[in-house]
Design a protein around this ligand. Structure first.
Ligand code: CAA
Length: 390
């Protein structure tokens, strides 16, 4: 039985910051951000968007009534959870109107959560071939104003349906995973901003990639020339390139050129959104699928997932016949085209605007946010979500 990605969609907030202007404001050469880091624009989450609304908006863009009936498992991968107890999946389940006979859970392991979700979904579908699983990767990356990590912030979510009808990509089973208890990036329970050992995190990302790639080759018998492209978790677009370069020498020139060219295509969306943590690898896949016109069915795509702390996984998928017909290229172009730039002052103000932490109620102005699903406030310590379409 084939199991894999039947549908994939994404959502990012309606406002962004231009990275050259951010560099100027921080007294940094713009080329450091646009070339050295490899980011052009950074999505900014208004106070009316959190990890639940981002995920629900991404899910809303892909599901239809048949999915609403057949989805019996919702897996919410996030490291920006809004509650220590209740999962984001339960809110999304209601907001997009799913069948009540579904499981709904949240999975956490930094940026690896959605990958864990996909692998759990695969197992669930193997046991229940009629089922569909909704896997979400949703995050807001926050390091703080004028910090080294600031240029690698972002916000957004990817939603995928995993089923036995993988119209986009069949998932192969040569997965190789690795865990090591390290402190490269973490966010203590009391902090809304991440702590990071930047250089160490870069080194560990590459080390994890090298380790899983070596074992993947042994396990699968495959090599670089078997890959049409490798998509990476992209905390910033230069990061995956650094990892790819460490193995390129293994391949003949023609494969090197293809992998480098396809790498660039796989970073186009991420370059204009920033780091979306759990969804980042899947945004990169979407970028490749929607921007590379000559990708063919049967092409194998390598996927490298990395979640600080750290867990890494390398796996692969094979593109299915007519996969392009099941993408929403027009919808995603529109999402980008209708975004609005905010000034650095506006971004700083939005960044500092946070929900009350003393239990006070708050009502938010949802008219400024064009998203269908928004956070409208907090009442009695309960977040209030609104689906403007229902
Ligand atoms: N023109 C062109 N390039 C320039 C330049 C200029 N004028 N000035 C500097 N650069 C280049 C540098 O040479 C460097 O390139 P290389 O890494 O290829 O040498 C690049 O710009 C970045 O410069 P620095 O290393 O000096 O940047 P920094 O120390 O200020 O911060 C960072 C970079 C460590 C990535 C920081 O942004 C950070 O801590 N980010 C968050 C952590 C992170 O994203 N880690 C990635 C791995 S962990 C992970 O993947 C999980 C996750 O999602 C967080």
């Amino acid at each position: 039985m084939k199991i894999g990605i039947e549908k994939i969609g994404f959502y990012t907030p309606h406002i962004y910051v231009d990275m050259e202007k951010l560099a100027e404001a921080r007294g940094v050469e713009p080329a450091k951000f646009t070339i050295g880091i490899g980011q052009s624009q950074m999505a900014v989450a208004p106070i009316t968007q959190d990890s639940v609304t981002l995920a629900a908006n991404a899910a809303l863009s892909i599901i239809d009534d048949e999915d609403r009936e057949k989805i019996d498992f919702v897996i919410f991968g996030s490291e920006s959870g809004i509650d220590h107890s209740k999962s984001g999946a339960v809110y999304v389940h209601r907001l997009v109107g799913l069948n009540p006979h579904a499981r709904a859970v949240e999975v956490k392991q930094a940026c690896y959560g959605a990958t864990a979700g996909i692998q759990m979904a695969k197992g669930h579908v193997a046991l229940n071939p009629e089922s569909k699983v909704l896997v979400l990767g949703s995050d807001i990356a926050r390091y703080g104003l004028d910090t080294p990590g600031e240029s690698t912030q972002g916000a957004g979510a990817v939603a995928m349906i995993i089923s036995a009808n993988p119209r986009i990509m069949e998932l192969e089973s040569h997965n190789v995973y690795l865990t090591n208890d390290i402190m490269d990036f973490w966010r203590p329970i009391y902090s809304d901003k991440a702590f990071v050992d930047g250089k160490f995190s870069n080194e560990q990302y590459i080390l994890f990639f090298n380790k899983v790639w070596e074992v993947y080759k042994e396990k699968s018998g495959l090599e670089l020339s078997d890959m049409e492209a490798i998509c990476y978790h992209l905390p910033y677009t230069k990061m995956g390139l650094k990892a790819l370069r460490t193995v390129l020498e293994e391949a003949p020139e023609v494969d090197r050129e293809r992998l480098l060219e396809n790498y660039q295509v796989s970073t186009l969306y991420n370059r204009n959104v920033g780091n979306i943590y759990t969804g980042s690898l899947y945004l990169s896949l979407l970028s490749l699928l929607e921007n590379k016109d000559d990708l063919k069915e049967g092409a194998r795509i390598g996927m490298f997932s990395y979640g600080s702390g750290a867990v890494g996984e390398l796996f692969s998928g094979v593109l299915q016949p007519n996969f392009r017909e099941h993408l929403n290229i027009e919808g995603h172009n529109k999402l980008f085209d209708t975004r609005k730039e905010v000034s650095i002052e506006e971004y700083e103000q939005i960044f500092n605007e946070t929900l009350p932490e003393d239990g006070a109620d708050i009502e938010l102005d949802i008219d400024k946010d064009p998203a269908p699903i928004v956070l409208s406030g907090v009442v009695d310590n309960k977040r209030q979500y609104v689906n403007k379409r229902s």
